[in-house]
Design a protein around this ligand. Structure first.
Ligand code: ADP
Ligand code: MG
Length: 247
């Protein structure tokens, strides 16, 4: 197993942002993590990446647990956080060099070239990050998340705010990363899961409401009687199932 989340709860003050959530993700799986705003997706991702401790529960990533092996765990994980924090005054190459230094990457120059190439940053490589479009900023975010060649990628709403062209490009980039890595990707767009993922984990108000492969979700929609209501000239609209599960 790449990721094991066991009975995780997170309480902010009196509010349960996560309430006894458990799931497992196998090596190489690309899993969509769905839920409306405020469901607890970012909180769970911060816990998996050791940015935040849970109030209760355990998480292991590639066999390392958040309580005892957090440094080793972080080496295995690449994280693109929701806000994609970048230094706008740094040049693309300069920023990646800085991140490569943090990870003690040997042969930095070659690795940076490789990342710039694979994330499609070549035309913008000599610009300041602040001058890039949102789509290219996301590419820089993905490049920093992958520069140390992690086994697991945690991507928090990587396509939010992108225009339709950028969206397609970033999705296909994520899909190609998913060929060699375990990916957990949060979104509130069901179509994104259909486009990129093998499986979906759906949470609502901090509780798990579904954990199923795409064919299983389709069956679930049928048994819940939402299939007829959402059939559109035989195209199955997963969005309606999602709304039904999270309403
Ligand atoms: P999502 O990413 O699914 O939109 P979040 O994990 O960001 O959800 O938030 C889950 C809930 O926890 C929300 O109600 C949010 O307001 C609350 N929350 C998140 N971070 C904090 C915090 N640092 N302090 C207090 N409440 C928080
Ligand atoms: Mg969030």
């Amino acid at each position: 197993m790449s990721i094991i989340v066991k009975n995780v709860s997170k309480v902010y003050g009196k509010q349960y942002a996560l309430d006894d959530v458990s799931f497992e993700i196998k090596k190489g799986e690309v899993v969509g993590f769905l839920g409306p705003n405020g469901a607890g997706k970012s909180t769970m991702m911060k816990i998996i990446t050791c940015f935040l401790p849970p109030t209760k529960g355990d998480v292991t990533v590639c066999g390392y647990d958040i309580w005892n092996n957090s440094l080793e765990l972080r080496e295995k994980v690449g994280y693109l956080s929701e806000a994609n924090p970048l230094y706008y005054d740094m040049y693309v190459e300069e920023f990646l060099e800085f991140i490569a230094g943090i990870h003690h990457i040997k042969n930095k120059k070659a690795r940076i070239d490789e990342m710039i190439e694979s994330t499609g940053l070549t035309p913008e490589r000599n610009k300041k990050i602040g001058a890039l479009s949102r789509g290219y900023k996301q590419r820089v975010g993905l490049a920093q998340a992958m520069i140390h060649n992690p086994e697991v990628l945690i991507l928090d709403e990587p396509t939010t705010g992108l225009d339709p062209n950028q969206l397609v490009e970033i999705r296909s980039l994520i899909k190609s990363c998913g060929k060699t890595k375990t990916v957990l990707l949060s979104t509130h767009i069901m179509q994104e899961v259909e486009a990129v993922c093998d499986r979906a984990i759906i949470i609502k108000k901090g509780k798990l409401v579904a954990d199923a492969s795409l064919p299983e979700l389709k069956k679930m929609a049928e048994s819940m009687g939402v299939r007829e209501q959402i059939r559109q000239s035989d195209v199955f609209d997963m969005e309606a199932l999602f709304q039904h599960l999270t309403k």
